[in-house]
Write a protein that binds this ligand. Sequence first.
Ligand SMILES: [Zn+2]
Length: 85
Amino acid sequence: MAGEPGRYHVDSSDPRNPAYLVDICENDANGWCGCRNFEIVHQPAWQRGEPGKHRCKHIIAAMLWECEEGAKLWNLCHGEREDGP
Ligand SMILES: [Zn+2]
């Protein structure tokens, strides 16, 4: 989202909720999502310190998107230049 680093609206498969708000900076950069699955499954697991399953698919999607954008940005800055051996 413009002006709010780390925050994204991720498309949902639920027609009643067209998009969820995701903040990938929350929870010590584990990420936070507004979906019910995150609230009842992933957030408690993170708080209990259980391994894995700390992120719902929306957070993962937002993180992948950020990586892609980051890679694009990097390519813009560095892609055209050949540094040579
Ligand atoms: Zn979610």
